[in-house]
Design a protein around this ligand. Sequence first.
Ligand code: 5GP
Ligand code: ZN
Length: 136
Amino acid sequence: MKKEDCIFCKIANGEIPSKTLYEDGDFRVILDLGPATKGHALILPKEHAADLFELSEETASKVLVVARRVAARMAEKLHCDGMNLVQNNGKAAGQTVPHFHLHMIPRYQDDGQQINWVPGECTQEELETVRREIVG
Ligand code: 5GP
Ligand code: ZN
């Protein structure tokens, strides 16, 4: 199902033009308008899901297959040295467009970009407490 006022629904379904790298029955892969690096792309499911929590298992299971296909193409054509896959869910996580999308960010040696977090510290006991909280 498409969502009426969703820009990524419109792009994914071809109602708004985009720089498309790949398309199949379930997805469109487009170049990001604000690229972090050359080739920065977004995988958009054609069916609306606001985020990972709303994504169907069927669509979720196909996303990495598409990413792998497009990544191989980018490695061949752009000669990138690496690739970050980034996927933001919710405002707190930096999501700005509420239609699930997987960022594909080709990386080049010394490209000056940063996709980082500050590593914390914790004990084995603290890890165990969190583990129990999640699985319990
Ligand atoms: P988020 O912050 O939600 O993870 O990422 C949203 C991404 O969508 C941003 O990288 C932004 O540059 C990109 N974006 C937003 N609007 C458009 C658009 O209309 N077309 C394209 N191609 N990219 C967009
Ligand atoms: Zn949508």
